[in-house]
Write a new protein. Sequence first.
Length: 335
Amino acid sequence: MATSARIQPPTTSSTHEALLEFPDNRLLIDLCGEYDRNLTEIEQKIGVQIIRRGNQLSVLGEEALRDQAAEVLTSLYDRLETGRSVEHGDVDRELRMGHSGDDVADDQLEMFKGGPVEIKTRKKLVEPRTDAQKAYVRSLFEHELAFGIGPAGTGKTYLAVAVGVNLFITGQVDKIILSRPAVEAGEKLGYLPGDMKDKVDPYMQPLYDALNDFLPGKQLAKLLEEKQIEIAPLAFMRGRTLSNAFVVLDEAQNATSMQMKMFLTRLGEGSRMVITGDRTQVDLPRGVTSGLADAERLLAPISKISFNYFTARDVVRHPLVAAIIEAYDAETPPA
């Protein structure tokens, strides 16, 4: 059986160098990545130089940066030893998070007691890639009502749907209900061709996309047909009591105050609700207050409700997305 990587002390007092020895050369190849792209990313993000020598990696740089890079490399190698792969997202997660907060004492949730946080679905394991994402996932398991608020690309909806699928396949809820306000900045629903399903499905497509990532196509189609998974506009929620369900309201910034109150009061016995939204992308008519803003103001004092916030640092899409969000955030609105 392979043993974990061993870190040797700096070789000289003048050069900040750490040697990491990896006993399994096949795993070392996977650690380095195709054309050493994983090593290159670590070098660029941390500011060190990594040289491969046989089954060793030499890390050169300032002591603090060298130690950080060594910790990332060792953690990724440990991941490979457990039989998991190392993809770009795994490198990105280690660079963002390292082991900060991994050893969280929690008497209720085993997944947060140490090691990686993994959400198991039928098709893949989903792991939070930032500390804010990890705190968000934890709140989804711990709270019956949780809010995820922040810019696009921070994983608010994706992680919520992943948790919903996990709770469904483990029998903790009987159904999944995903909803969005059918609000847009252009055409009205009535102008679009087709029946009501044809009209609203384009607005629900991001929810279908998330489900397709977590469930096999045939199984998803069957669950949709049997109404064990529902995807519907917010207006369709009126008059219902949602019991034993995992319920997600996406794009909640486009719900009015009355719609938000209506939705929140649908919460039934044995259910969990997640509300996600981006306060900077409100498409409601001028003068109409966003229900998300009202909910934050009114519900913040209730301790059993969790509010989770994301920033551009939590964006896990293309790096340019974070830069774009920061540029817009820095722009002072005209007087």
